[in-house]
Design a protein around this ligand. Sequence first.
Ligand SMILES: [Zn+2]
Length: 263
Amino acid sequence: MLKISSLIISGSLFVLVLYLCCACQSNAQELKPHAVVHDTASSPVQPTLVADKTYLLGKFDPNKHPDFVKVGAPYTDRPGMMMRKEAFEAFERMWNTAQKEGIQLRIISSTRTFDQQKAIWEGKWTRFAATAPKPKDRALKILEYSSMPGSSRHHWGTDIDLNDLNNPSFESGGKYEKLYAWLLAHAHEYGFCQPYTAGRPSGYHEEKWHWSYQPLSEGFTKAYPVAITEADITGFTGSETASDIQIIQNYVLGINQGCLGKQ
Ligand SMILES: [Zn+2]
């Protein structure tokens, strides 16, 4: 069984070194390994986790990033999908087992850049103008299911949406009821967790379709509040609401604690 906790940042075993230089902030397209997770313990080889500000905000091109791979058929029927290589390989293993057991996992969304998230956000910003005229109300309405640009886990290449974007499809009588039960029973064996579960004190509504590759995403989640402040969440319509809403505390960190290695 995959020992997730042994692969990721954990307590005093690692020191997160974030080197946020002027050069990398001014050159958003060029991602360099400025930030690493440094293993201070004597344990065997641990993964190096690149987590600079540019990366965490989704301001890079996954097509040019050495750790990303293309995701094609039979895992998705949509073009242009990319994932972190390690996350995709884990997904392939999960997909294969699921397939043998009659479960057809299908990726319908994976990595999204800042600009892609901005297009989603600003589309909803316009659509919700009449029903939520006040900026904060409108932002909170969008935040039921969509992230502010710069704060999405989809920026990291570790998170995927599976099969359908409606919770009832995964519930009793829904066409993906069995699939969801399978994920609840087995996804953790491949490193995947559901970040947006029911009953969390803050953050997005429940999303039964959204799964995260924890051996990488846990590190990015922990790096985020170290590297990013709400002043960095900018560059789109309605961004002035980010600090009032406390987007980092309530949304980036408002996840199922199981995805942070806690229960
Ligand atoms: Zn998602």
